[in-house]
Design a protein. Structure first.
Length: 236
């Protein structure tokens, strides 16, 4: 008997990611946060961009790095607990004039003020869960640590897929340069690729338009119609 179809994606957690990240979540049955992978500096793990009157601005969660360059994402600790208040103020100043900001400001502010986590991975998970709720995405989100696998790169991904009962692995396009599809084929797991072409623009403060900013930009501008501007929304 063939197993029931199950599509999963496996990606490191990121801080308030762009809409494409949530499209990936919304396109699978299970989304696995690969947070026992190494934390990478100057990456999306602890930062993202917003639009401001002065151009794009980074919001960066400060983390402890001295002597910890090989640490895993799950072990990366926050170095300044005041970061959340600073980030919310930046978001307020940047988006308070956006049409749907009044509708969602309280919910997002609560996410910033309602947590006391000391680990980056837990913070990212809290934001992902809250934003999925706003977007109406009910995909199961799990941790790579839940599966207790070891190994490197593709072997590790295949092991997680097998333990999760996956029949299909959906990968982001950046993995084409290193993913060994033959290992998935040997395990009887199909590999498909996420594409991020074709996003529609929406009326956005501070032109020119920019797709690659936090998904909060989309929410504050389009509100309950946010999924209409996402690729996974078309399948609802």
């Amino acid at each position: 008997m063939r197993p029931a179809p199950k599509r999963i994606a496996i990606v490191q957690s990121s801080y308030i990611p762009w809409k494409g990240y949530f499209d990936l979540i919304g396109s699978v049955d299970e989304f696995v946060l690969l947070d026992d992978a190494q934390f990478t500096r100057r990456d999306w793990r602890n930062r993202n961009r917003i639009k401001t009157p002065d151009g794009l601005k980074w919001l960066t969660v400060p983390v402890e790095m001295k002597g910890k360059y090989d640490q895993a994402i799950k072990d990366t600790r926050i170095s300044d607990p005041s970061w959340s208040e600073k980030h919310w103020k930046s978001l307020y100043h940047a988006y308070s004039r956006a049409p749907c900001f009044p509708q969602f400001a309280a919910r997002i502010e609560e996410v910033y003020q309602g947590g006391s986590e000391e680990l980056l991975s837990q913070i990212n998970h809290r934001f992902l869960t809250a934003i999925c709720g706003i977007l109406g995405i009910d995909t199961m989100v799990t941790w790579s640590m839940d599966y207790g696998v070891t190994g490197r790169k593709t072997e590790r991904l295949v092991d997680i897929c097998e333990r999760a009962g996956a029949t299909e692995y959906l990968s982001g396009p950046s993995a084409r340069s290193y993913l060994d599809e033959s290992l998935f084929e040997e395990a009887g797991i199909d590999v498909t690729w996420m594409e991020y072409d074709g996003y529609p623009e929406y009326v956005q403060l501070y032109p020119p338009f920019e797709h690659h900013v936090t998904v909060l930009d989309l929410i504050f501008h389009t509100g309950m119609k946010a999924r209409d501007h996402m690729l996974s929304g078309a399948s609802r």
